[in-house]
Design a protein around this ligand. Structure first.
Ligand code: GDP
Length: 316
């Protein structure tokens, strides 16, 4: 057990969707949270991170900072996705170790697994086959992060752990159609189509790929659970345990948004990996399970979208 009472936790990446959910979740723990804005600490600069860690002396670090994006962004900016993520991870792990920070939780992603891994994907599937080409740059960087945690544990005895969340969604999500993931994209598209009274809305690809989704507040809860209870070199999957076809997700989003037009497919856009359902058995066996259903989560996210900047005005 890692007792959070009176501990100081640095949430790196606190402005992101996961980081901000973690800050919300940690408010109900007896710990203090430290954060740094981009202007204060450039996570791509080793010296800036070292100075910050030396000055603030956190007891633990949650590494939720990353350059993230959907299928198109990953495919379009491979150098940024591999470089930014590798350098941020390497800098933070090394600064943590040098400053004697003995607890670190690194966040990866379900895309670390081979494209054709047996489903549901267990932790053991890591590095057993080729990756999905549309996001291999990001995946390689995230695999390096898992290996950093393992290596610092092995060589220096540091209690560094890794968690691999599935596709997340919720408040603070990115609704920009060129860089977002599918769920926020569908919310935005269905909302815009409803306002414009469009006869149809466009979904990328065939709609047959299957994806798993987890609300970011459930994810933050699981991460705090792992920080408190888990110590081990193997990463831990964090998922909802169920998946659905993109077309089914589209229908669900349209129902929530109240859009009744036709759904048409843009087959010039990639499908990506055919299925990506993680096994959450390891986490379940430890005693954690999700609480927010997909329908409730989509409703809450649509409500957030409507009152956010993105949702203001015509939102098209
Ligand atoms: P992935 O999980 O890494 O493939 O990333 P995404 O969340 O971006 O895409 C998941 C699936 O949803 C892919 O098969 C996409 O082609 C499909 N999809 C359908 N419509 C959209 C859309 O408007 N935006 C995005 N990003 N994906 C879409």
């Amino acid at each position: 057990m890692y007792d959070l009472s009176n501990k100081k936790i640095w949430v790196a990446g606190h402005r992101g969707m996961v980081g901000s959910a973690l800050v919300r979740r940690l408010q109900s723990e007896a710990c203090s949270v430290v954060t740094a804005t981009r202007a204060e600490v450039d996570l791509k600069r080793q010296d800036e991170i070292e100075k910050f860690v030396e000055a603030t002396r956190p007891d633990a670090i949650i590494l939720a900072a990353a350059k993230v994006g959907g299928i198109l962004a990953n495919d379009s900016y491979p150098a940024e996705f591999i470089y930014d993520n590798l350098i941020i991870e390497a800098n933070i792990f090394e600064a943590a170790h040098r400053a004697g920070v003995d607890r670190l939780l690194f966040l990866g992603s379900s895309c670390i697994y081979p494209k054709l891994a047996p489903q549901p994907i267990s932790e053991e599937a890591l590095l057993t086959g080729p990756l999905e080409p549309t996001n291999e740059w990001y995946a390689i960087a995230k695999i390096a992060g898992i290996k950093l945690a393992e290596a610092y544990r092995k060589q220096y005895g540091r209690d560094y752990i890794s968690a691999m969340p599935t596709n997340l969604y919720g408040p603070g999500d990115n609704f920009d159609l060129n860089s977002s993931h599918v769920l926020p994209a569908l919310i935005r598209k269905a909302h815009a189509a409803k306002l414009r009274k469009d006869p149809h809305m466009v979904v990328w690809g065939t709609g047959t790929p299957r994806r798993e989704f987890l609300h970011v507040d459930d994810c933050a809860d699981a991460l705090v659970f792992l920080l408190k209870t888990y110590s081990g070199s193997q990463h831990v999957n964090v998922g909802s345990g169920t998946d659905l076809e993109i077309i089914e997700l589209t229908r669900l989003v349209c129902r929530v948004v109240g859009y009744k037009g036709e759904i048409i497919h843009d087959l010039s856009k990639p499908d990506g990996t055919p299925r990506k359902l993680m096994s959450n058995k390891k986490l379940q066996d430890m005693g954690w399970e999700p609480h927010i259903s997909l329908e409730d989560g989509v409703r809450a996210t649509y409500a957030w979208f409507l009152q956010s900047e993105n949702g203001a005005g015509s939102a098209v």
